[in-house]
Ligand binder design. Structure first.
Ligand code: NAG
Ligand code: NAG
Ligand code: NAG
Ligand code: NAG
Ligand code: NAG
Ligand code: NAG
Ligand code: NAG
Length: 671
C-alpha cells in the first residue's frame, strides 16, 4: 500500500516536475519574484490569447538604390571624408548619361541657437558644391546632400538626397586621451550604453524577438526579472531612470511645461559629463520624443552629441512614409537606423579612447504594434553585432531596456495584460574586465535578478558606476540619491529579499506583487462600476473639462479582480478596504478603461484617482480637443462623437479593437 502510493507520487513528480504533498497539486507556477511580500508570476509569452493575432511581420526597405555619397572617418587626419560615387549614378541612369553630368551639393545642419525652443528647430547653412572627395569641415554635426543630373540644357533633375551625421571632436583630443589612459590604468571606469525600445515587455521580447532574447541570454548579461515600471507612460519611467525624479518631485523644482525647466533637472548625463565622460542622446520619431511630446524640450543642448536637430530637419525636409503607426522611412532610410547608426558612429569613434555614456531610444517599430517588433528582429541583431564589432562589449556596461510594456489593444486586453503593461524588459551586460575586478558587485546583480526592482534602482545603478568605491547606499550623498525614492539603491548592491513595492518607489497602481482573484460579475460589481463612472463624470466637472469632454455612461463590465493582500504587506490600506481592478467600457465611442480602486465595504466609500485610469484601447480620434497628456486618456471630445448604435437594453456591443484600428489607426498619443 505504502509502496504503491510512493510509486504513484514518483510518477506524478515526473509528470509535473513539481508536486505539492500538501495540496496534492502540480506546482506548475513559476515566478519572476517570489517572497513573503511580493509574488510576480512568470508570464507565459506564448499564451493562446496573446498569440491569436500574432504573426511575423516584415517591412520594405526604404530604398533600393546605392548611396551616391558615403562618409568615413579618417583616424589619421582626425576628420571625416566624403566620397562621391559617380559610377553608381551612371548605373542608376541605366548607363544612358549621354552628355549629362552629376552635380552634388551639401548643406550643413546644426542646432538652432537662436530659437526660443531650439529642440523644435534647426539651422541650415548655404548649399555648397560637393566635389568627388571632401574633407568635411570641422564642426559639421549634420549634413544634407543632394545629387542632381544636369543635362545639356543645364536642367537639373534631383537624383538622390540623403542625410549624414558626424561625430565631431568637441574637446581637446590629446589631453583627454592622456587623462583617459592614465585613469584606466589606475582606476578604470566602465563606459555605459543604454539601448531602449519603447513599449517592450520582457514577455514580448521573448515572443517577438526570440533571437535577440537569445543574444541577451549569453554570459555577461543579467535579466532583472523583478523590474517593475514606476509610472504610466514613457516620461515618468525614463525621468526616473535618468534623473531619479518622479513628475511630482520634479514639479516641486519647476514647471515642466515651462521652457528651461528640463534644463534644470539633474539628469545623469550631467554627472557622467562632470566625470569626464563624453555623452550622447538619440531618439527617433520627433513628434513623440520623450522630452518633447507636449513638452518644450531642452533649451541648452543636454549632451555632447544630440541627434534631435537633425531629426527635426530630416523629418521636415525629406518625404516621410509611415508604417506601424509612426514615421518609418525618412528619406532613404529607416527612422530607426538614423538613431542606431549615430550610436554606432559614436561608439566607433570613442569607445577605445575615452569613457562614453550614450542613451539611444527608439519608438518606431515597437510603440504601437506588438507584432511589428518581429519585423525589427534581424535589423536589431545586425545593430547588436555591429556594436560588438566596434568593441563596445569589451569596455562597457550595456543596458537593453524598455520603459513599459504595451498599454493598449490586444496585449493589454489579454489575460496577462496587467503584467504586460507593467513589466518592461531589463537586461544589463557587464564586460569581462568588470566581472573580474568587481566580482562581488556582479554576484549582487546575479542575486537581484529575481528580486523586486524599479526604475529608481536603475538610476542608482548609474550613479553607482560613477562611484564604484562605495560599499553601500550610505556612501551616497543625498544629491546622488533618487529624490522620488531615497531608499532605492544600486542593482550592484544586494536588494532585500522581502522588498515591497513601497520600498522600491512603485505606487500601488503599478505594483505587480499582489496576487489577484477574478470575481464573478454580480450586483456589487455593477454598483462599484457605476460608482467609478460617476466619479469620472465628477472629475470632468472638477477639472473643468465638461464643456469639451462628453460624460461617461457605463456599458459593459469586462472583468473584475480583487487583490489578495500579502500577509506582511504595507499598511496603506484602511480597515475594511479592498483593492479592485476593474475593466469596463463606456458610452460614447466605446473607450475601454481599467481602474485600480479601493472600496470600503463598511462605509461604501470609493477611493480612486481618475488621473490614474488606464486606457486599454487607442484614444486616437477621441481626444484631439485636449492637449493634456493625462486627460487625453479619458476625455471623449464632444466634437468627436462617433455614432454607435445602442442596443435596446441600453448596452452597446463593444466594437472589436481590430475595427477601431481600421478606422483610426493605432496611434494613441499615449506616449
Ligand atoms: C525601388 O524603389 C522605388 C522607390 O521606393 C520603387 O518605386 C521601385 O519599385 C523599387 N524598385 C525595385 C526594383 O524594387
Ligand atoms: C532605368 O531602368 C529601370 C528599369 O528598366 C527604370 O525603371 C528606370 O526608370 C530607369 N531609370 C532612368 C533614370 O531612366
Ligand atoms: C554630346 O555633346 C556633343 C557636343 O556638344 C554632341 O555632338 C553629342 O551629340 C552629344 N551626345 C549626346 C548623346 O547627346
Ligand atoms: C505650468 O505652465 C503651464 C504653461 O505655462 C501652465 O499652463 C500651467 O498652468 C503651469 N502649471 C502649474 C502647476 O503652475
Ligand atoms: C577629468 O579630466 C581632467 C583632465 O583632463 C582631470 O584633471 C580631472 O581630475 C578629471 N575629473 C574626473 C572627475 O575624473
Ligand atoms: C455629467 O456629469 C456631471 C457630474 O456627475 C453632472 O453634474 C452633469 O449633470 C452630467 N451632464 C449630463 C449632460 O448628463
Ligand atoms: C472653465 O472653462 C471655461 C471655458 O474655457 C472658462 O470660461 C472658465 O473660466 C473655466 N473655469 C474655471 C474655474 O477655470
Amino acid at each position: 500500500m505504502y509502496q504503491s502510493c510512493a510509486v504513484f507520487q514518483t510518477l506524478l513528480l515526473t509528470l509535473c516536475l513539481g508536486f505539492s504533498l500538501k495540496t496534492g497539486q502540480c506546482l506548475k507556477q513559476k515566478y519572476f519574484v517570489k517572497s513573503s511580500v511580493c509574488e510576480i508570476p512568470y508570464i507565459n509569452p506564448f499564451a493562446a490569447d496573446t498569440m491569436k493575432d500574432f504573426q511575423k511581420r516584415t517591412y520594405r526597405e526604404c530604398h533600393n538604390d546605392s548611396d551616391l555619397v558615403t562618409s568615413e572617418f579618417d583616424f589619421k587626419l582626425n576628420q571625416y571624408r566624403l566620397h562621391l560615387h559617380k559610377n553608381l549614378a551612371r548605373r542608376m541612369l541605366n548607363g544612358s548619361m549621354g552628355n549629362a553630368t552629376l552635380e552634388c551639393k551639401y548643406q550643413k545642419i546644426s542646432r538652432d541657437r537662436i530659437n526660443e525652443k531650439p529642440d523644435n528647430s534647426y539651422s541650415e547653412f548655404k548649399s555648397r558644391p560637393l566635389p568627388d572627395y571632401l574633407l568635411v569641415p570641422k564642426h559639421t554635426d549634420f549634413m544634407i546632400t543632394k545629387c542632381y543630373v544636369k543635362d545639356q540644357k543645364k536642367q537639373l533633375k534631383l537624383l538622390q538626397t540623403d542625410g549624414l551625421t558626424f561625430i565631431e571632436e568637441h574637446l581637446q583630443q590629446e589631453d583627454q586621451k592622456k587623462a583617459y589612459a592614465q585613469q584606466q590604468r589606475q582606476n578604470p571606469k566602465p563606459s555605459v550604453l543604454m539601448l531602449g525600445l519603447d513599449s517592450t515587455s520582457r514577455m514580448n521580447l521573448r515572443r517577438a524577438m526570440p533571437l535577440v532574447y537569445k543574444y541577451v541570454s549569453q554570459p555577461g548579461w543579467f535579466e532583472l526579472q523583478g523590474y517593475n515600471k514606476v509610472g504610466d507612460n514613457t516620461f515618468p519611467n525614463l525621468l526616473a531612470v535618468l534623473s531619479g525624479h518622479s513628475p511630482n518631485t520634479l514639479a516641486k523644482m519647476c514647471n515642466v511645461s515651462k521652457i528651461g525647466c528640463l534644463d534644470r533637472v539633474p539628469f545623469i548625463w550631467k554627472r557622467f559629463k562632470r566625470s569626464n565622460y563624453t555623452t550622447a542622446f538619440a531618439e527617433d520619431c520627433k513628434g513623440i520624443n520623450t522630452f518633447n511630446y507636449l513638452l518644450p524640450g531642452f533649451q541648452v543642448q543636454p549632451v555632447d552629441y544630440y541627434l534631435r536637430p537633425f531629426l527635426v530637419a530630416i523629418e521636415s525636409k525629406f518625404p516621410v512614409t509611415k508604417n506601424f503607426g509612426f514615421p518609418f522611412c525618412v528619406g532613404r532610410r529607416l527612422s530607426f537606423d538614423y538613431v542606431w547608426d549615430f550610436g554606432r558612429q559614436f561608439v566607433d569613434r570613442f569607445v577605445k579612447n575615452r569613457n562614453i555614456f550614450g542613451f539611444l531610444w527608439s519608438n518606431s517599430f515597437t510603440h504601437d504594434y506588438y507584432t511589428a517588433t518581429t519585423a525589427l528582429e534581424q535589423l536589431f541583431l545586425k545593430h547588436l553585432h555591429s556594436f560588438e564589432a566596434s568593441g563596445l562589449f569589451e569596455h562597457s556596461i550595456v543596458i537593453l531596456m524598455s520603459d513599459h510594456g504595451h498599454r493598449y489593444n490586444t496585449l493589454r486586453q489579454s489575460a496577462s495584460g496587467y503584467y504586460e503593461e507593467r513589466l518592461p524588459m531589463m537586461f544589463i551586460y557587464v564586460p569581462p574586465w568588470f566581472r573580474q575586478q568587481y566580482p562581488h558587485l556582479v554576484d549582487n546583480l546575479r542575486r537581484n535578478r529575481n528580486r523586486l526592482s524599479s526604475s529608481y534602482d536603475l538610476h542608482m545603478t548609474l550613479q553607482h558606476l560613477l562611484q564604484l568605491e562605495s560599499t553601500s547606499l550610505a556612501d551616497f550623498s543625498m544629491k546622488h540619491r533618487s529624490v522620488a525614492c531615497p531608499s532605492c539603491q544600486s542593482l550592484l548592491f544586494e536588494l532585500p529579499v522581502n522588498r515591497a513595492c513601497q520600498q522600491a518607489g512603485i505606487d500601488e497602481k503599478w505594483c505587480c506583487c499582489h496576487a489577484t482573484k477574478t470575481l464573478k460579475k454580480n450586483g456589487f460589481v455593477r454598483t462599484l462600476a457605476l460608482a467609478v463612472v460617476r466619479r469620472m463624470n465628477d472629475h470632468l466637472v472638477k477639472r473643468n473639462f465638461s464643456h469639451i469632454c462628453h460624460n461617461f455612461t457605463l456599458t459593459h463590465v469586462h472583468k473584475i479582480v480583487r487583490r489578495l493582500e500579502q500577509p506582511a504587506d504595507d499598511n496603506s490600506l484602511e480597515e475594511d478596504e479592498t483593492v479592485y481592478i476593474l475593466q469596463f467600457w463606456t458610452f460614447p465611442n466605446q473607450p475601454r478603461f481599467e481602474a485600480t480602486v479601493r472600496w470600503n465595504h463598511r462605509k461604501h466609500k470609493l477611493h480612486m484617482d481618475v488621473e490614474d485610469l488606464s486606457r486599454l484601447n487607442s484614444y486616437n480620434g477621441d481626444s484631439n480637443c485636449i492637449n493634456d497628456k493625462i486627460a487625453k486618456k479619458y476625455c471623449i471630445c464632444k466634437d468627436s462623437i462617433r455614432t454607435i448604435k445602442r442596443t435596446p437594453k441600453g448596452t452597446t456591443k463593444p466594437t472589436t479593437p481590430r475595427k477601431i484600428v481600421e478606422q483610426y489607426g493605432y496611434f494613441s498619443g499615449l506616449k
